[in-house]
Write a protein that binds this ligand. Structure first.
Ligand code: NDP
Length: 477
């Protein structure tokens, strides 16, 4: 099997391949990917540092052309790359192709942003002086990504980093190196100069840690768990560098008595269980008022019965496998905890066998949960959601906000008054009305509050906040 190498200083290097295993069929090896060492990470950082002066002054047309070419190739190969994604992560093929298209859209958007970089010119408070405010790239950016969006998250960090003139050292999650390797290969062939983008696949504890410990990274943009995020923050403060963290969630979806039942059930089923519940924006707390509670639970349970859990590539599969054995163990541990805590298992809860060996788990719904239970407070990151019964809108809002996290929040209601109040008073970074909590646009800001996020927003033109630094220049006329 061909070894996919790391890209350091414009050369494909490395040995010691690690097998990328298909969670739908653990007998299948998706590919063999090189593992970088801590020294490789240091070499990659040095290469990115050496490439920065020239790239930071490169023409915007060059950056535009490379990002546009990348977007076009990803789009042209969406079926092939979507299949690779589905095989390495376990997302269903339609979801995986959708994520691949999203990645192309992000590169396309930032190809445009390269041409739109603007500053400001203001008069000074002193006579005959002009003030210019411009944005400059910050330097070498370390990019560390999780396994759950193997092509979209790398895209939404790499594209703005390069667009604004930074150089990059990129470490994808060890579980899903395939899509990351593919987009780095595309960017490399699209004409990036040597050292501008470096790929160091390997273990977080080795490669990621070497990046955290480097004094030469000007910024780290990280998506992953809250625990690792805290390490990124501590190391970044130590090295006086910029950092941006997107971490976990325990996203609420409020369902009010006046909700359209079909809309509420579709939104809850989608955001709680699709992509195997492995989305940071998944709704895992369904906060439902008394008047609609029983109807909602009955309708959602009926909906869950219709969802097919099977191989990610099979036509008709709604929910693919859990990503790996460790995550499956986490999910089943939390299911046991929910039962012990006194929540009622209304649906699912069991692992299932399919034609091939894989990590299959039924979508799982708890009812009679309280917001104090661990299953309501801690992120599970699997197809597991709990229904919490509340009296009225006021209690629903209080419960929705009573969480350490604050990424996304939803409400199903036909009341303009409650929808408007919820949008203003939800303590989440993103609010959805009559929509799933997961599923966002690429041209607007993405991010949360509290323990879910730290630093400026990702995506859209707001990405410039992190990937550039502002300069104020005064000139005597
Ligand atoms: P982890 O925090 O375990 O890993 C994220 C990345 O950090 C991986 O590349 C990992 O490498 C790396 N890493 C691990 N240890 C270190 C270290 N000591 N130093 C530097 N890097 C390290 O998260 P998961 O991959 O398990 O992702 C799931 C989490 O991500 C969930 O909590 C989820 O909510 C969150 N997430 C948040 C999103 C958001 O935007 N808010 C979006 C998507 C996911 P390795 O692969 O080798 O472990």
């Amino acid at each position: 099997m061909t070894l996919h190498h790391n890209l350091i200083a414009g050369e494909w290097v490395g040995s010691n391949g690690v097998e990328n295993i298909n969670p739908s069929n653990t007998n299948e090896v998706v590919g063999l990917y090189a593992t970088a060492s801590a020294d490789d990470a240091k070499t990659a950082i040095a290469a990115a540092k050496a490439a920065f002066p020239a790239w930071s002054r490169s023409g915007i047309l060059e950056r535009h052309a490379i990002l546009k070419k990348t977007a076009d190739e990803i789009l042209a190969r969406k079926e092939e790359l979507g299949k690779l994604l589905a095989r390495e992560e376990g997302k269903t093929l339609p979801e995986a192709i959708g994520e691949t298209i999203r990645s192309a859209q992000i590169f396309d958007f930032f190809a445009g942003e390269a041409l739109r970089l603007a500053g400001e010119v203001l008069p000074s408070v002193c006579l005959n002086i002009g003030v210019e405010i411009t944005r400059e790239p910050i330097g070498v950016i370390g990019i560390i990504t999780p396994w759950n969006f193997p092509i979209a998250i790398p895209a939404w960090k790499i594209a703005p980093a390069l667009c604004y003139g930074n150089t990059v050292v990129f470490k994808p999650a060890e579980l899903v190196p395939g899509c990351s390797w593919a987009i780095v290969d595309i960017l490399h062939r699209a004409g990036l100069p040597k050292g501008v983008l470096n790929l160091v696949m390997g273990k977080g504890s080795v490669v990621g840690q070497a990046m955290l410990d480097s004094p030469d990274l000007a910024g780290i943009t990280f998506t992953g768990s809250t625990g690792t995020g805290k390490r990124v923050a501590a190391a970044s403060i130590e090295h006086n560098r910029k950092f941006q963290l997107e971490m976990g969630g325990k996203n609420p979806m409020v369902v009010l008595d006046d909700a359209d039942l079909t809309v509420a059930v579709e939104a809850a089923a989608n955001s709680g269980f699709f992509s195997t519940g492995q989305r940071c924006t998944a709704s895992s707390r369904l906060i439902v008022t008394e008047g609609i509670h029983d109807k909602f639970v009955a309708a959602l349970t009926e909906k869950l019965k219709t969802l097919v859990v099977d191989d990610a590539l099979k036509a008709g599969t709604h929910i693919g496998p859990v990503v790996d054995e460790r995550q499956l163990a986490t999910d089943t541990d939390y299911i046991a905890i929910g039962k012990q805590e006194g929540a009622k298992l209304a649906f699912g809860g069991e692992t299932i066998k399919r034609d091939n060996p894989g990590f299959y788990l039924q979508p799982t719904l708890f009812t009679e949960a309280t917001n104090q239970m661990r299953i309501s407070r801690e992120e599970i990151f699997g197809p597991v959601a709990s229904v919490i019964r509340v009296k009225d809108y006021e209690e629903a809002l209080a419960v929705a906000n009573d969480t350490p996290f604050g990424l996304s929040a939803g409400i199903a209601t036909t009341s303009l008054k409650h929808a408007t109040h919820f949008k203003r008073n939800s303590e989440a970074g993103m609010v959805m009305v009559n929509l799933p909590t997961a599923g966002v646009d690429f041209h607007v800001p993405f991010g949360g509050r509290k323990a879910s996020s730290f630093g400026s927003r990702e995506q859209g033109k707001y990405a410039a906040e992190f990937f550039t630094v502002v300069k104020t220049a005064y000139t005597l006329a």
